[in-house]
Design a protein around this ligand. Structure first.
Ligand code: TRP
Length: 456
């Protein structure tokens, strides 16, 4: 066994790193546009319920499994359930999900790096909206350039993880997370002063429940996104929890992380939509919202170059602190299960993940890689995202809930729940929700997906 595993310096360091994992492209790139697609209101309400009934209970369970075993997913299940127990495959599934998610996540994060450079060079100055919108199409279709940014972003990720838990991940999170909050706050304040009552229209758009816009697909999407945005279902929080001191309050930490993530997702809407509405654009622009609509708007505003720079730096920081958590799951698996050093584990797996992301980077380039990149009628990129967020994460989350709710002895989970916490009176409620509500909700969603249950 290698002794390269580490531990957090402080509880705040853990909370910032875990919040860094949770706050990512999911909050700033995806949440606003799926909220847009689903008409706001009800979708946001259902998303918040999913965070409360599914997200928080599983977050507590994951951190608990990690903290009590002090191991990464596969080893954790071996310690808690026995060397040969089949539960270890939940860990294996998590490692696989980490590979898959990071490979395409880094491609999107790479686009964000590209826009940081465009902002610095003030490329969009004096360009027409059509030209600026076209920039993204060009980038998406140009596999070579996308590959370059993917490489650069993976190198940054690997570089931080090489530094270890304290000197790499914790240190990076302590710098990047406060910066992220400051940038977000500045841009939200800016949004508050948007013309045409952009801010008030955003309030109405986000919170006004319009039942006619609510579809059953939207409900499923809200639940799936709750997993993704909180980094649940594949052992990322479990791994971060394994570096947490046994004395620390895991309940309060988990709740804080979930609240931070939710607040950032809502703030991202209040950063984006007021200026989208205020300058007469559409909220339902899909994935292009961040990479097309935003640069167009920025190009028309005074000081837009600075705003664009802040926006894409924010997006890059958010993506980076998430990517390191994905890489860390894979790295810590090899540290715990083999005699590899952190250096060897990180460099080797980082390289493989980079290569695995190559087809995603070329997904937009129909002609060359398109032929074999098209699986199930989607390109490689979409297939990976679909596979991970719709299947691997919910299935992993369901199994983790069942493990902590039914397989771990109540005496153990009660003791873990109460250590260092003054929230122990919540234990029976947590356990009840984790045993009954969470698994049933997730199972229903999965059954709908395999069409055992049909959508109305
Ligand atoms: N939560 C991150 C986001 O919202 C993505 C992420 C990081 C993630 N680590 C994860 C998703 C682990 C699932 C599992 O962008």
């Amino acid at each position: 066994m290698s002794f390269d595993r580490g531990s957090w310096n402080t509880r705040l360091g853990f909370v910032l790193a875990a919040a860094g994992s949770a706050v990512g492209l999911g909050n700033i790139w995806k949440f606003p546009y799926i909220t847009g697609e689903n008409g706001g209101g009800w979708f946001v309400l259902i998303y918040l319920s999913a965070i409360l009934l599914v997200g928080v209970p599983i977050m507590i369970a994951e951190v608990m499994i990690g903290r009590s075993s002090q191991k990464s997913p596969v080893s954790a299940f071996k310690i808690l359930a026995g060397e040969d127990s089949n539960w270890r495959f939940v860990g294996w599934m998590g490692i696989a999900a980490g590979f898959v998610i990071l490979s395409y996540y880094s491609v999107v994060a790479g686009w964000s790096l590209n826009y940081v450079l465009l902002a610095i060079m003030d490329t969009t100055h004096n360009q027409t909206p059509e030209q600026i919108g076209g920039l993204f199409g060009k980038l998406y279709a140009d596999g070579n350039i996308t590959l370059f940014w993917h490489f650069l972003f993976m190198s940054m990720t690997v570089g931080i993880v090489l530094g270890g838990v304290r000197k790499g991940i914790e240190k990076a999170s302590r710098v990047l997370m406060p910066l992220l909050f400051i940038l977000l706050l500045i841009l939200v304040v800016y949004g508050f002063f948007a013309p045409e009552q952009g801010f008030m229209r955003t309030v109405r758009f986000i919170f006004y429940p319009d039942a006619s816009k609510l579809t059953s697909r939207g409900v499923l999407e809200a639940l799936g996104h709750a997993f993704f945005t909180l980094s649940l279902g594949m052992g990322a929080m479990l791994t971060y929890g394994s570096y947490l001191d046994r004395k620390e309050d895991l309940v309060r930490s988990s709740v804080t992380i979930s609240i931070l993530d939710t607040v950032v997702a809502l703030m991202a809407c209040f950063m984006i939509f007021p200026i989208v509405f205020g300058y007469g654009f559409e909220a339902q622009a899909g994935p292009g919202l961040v990479f097309k609509t935003m640069p167009i708007i920025f190009s028309q505003l005074p000081g837009g170059m600075i705003l664009a720079l802040m926006f894409f730096l924010l997006l890059t920081f958010a993506a980076l602190t998430s990517a390191i958590s994905l890489q860390e799951v894979v790295t810590s698996f090899f540290i715990d299960e083999t005699s590899w050093s952190r250096r060897k584990a990180t460099l080797l797996t980082g390289t493989i993940i980079f290569i695995f992301g190559v087809p995603s980077a070329y997904s937009g380039q129909g002609a060359v890689f398109g032929a074999w990149a098209e699986i199930f009628g989607m390109n490689f990129f979409d297939t990976m995202d679909y596979l991970a967020s719709n299947w691997l994460l919910p299935a992993g989350g369901l199994l983790i809930a069942l493990f902590a709710g039914w397989r771990m002895p109540a005496a153990l989970t009660r003791a873990e729940f109460s250590t260092g916490s003054n929230l122990e009176h919540w234990y029976p409620i947590w356990r009840f929700i984790l045993r009954w509500v969470t698994p049933i909700l997730v199972a229903v969603v999965l059954l709908y997906k395999i069409q055992v249950l049909r959508l109305p």
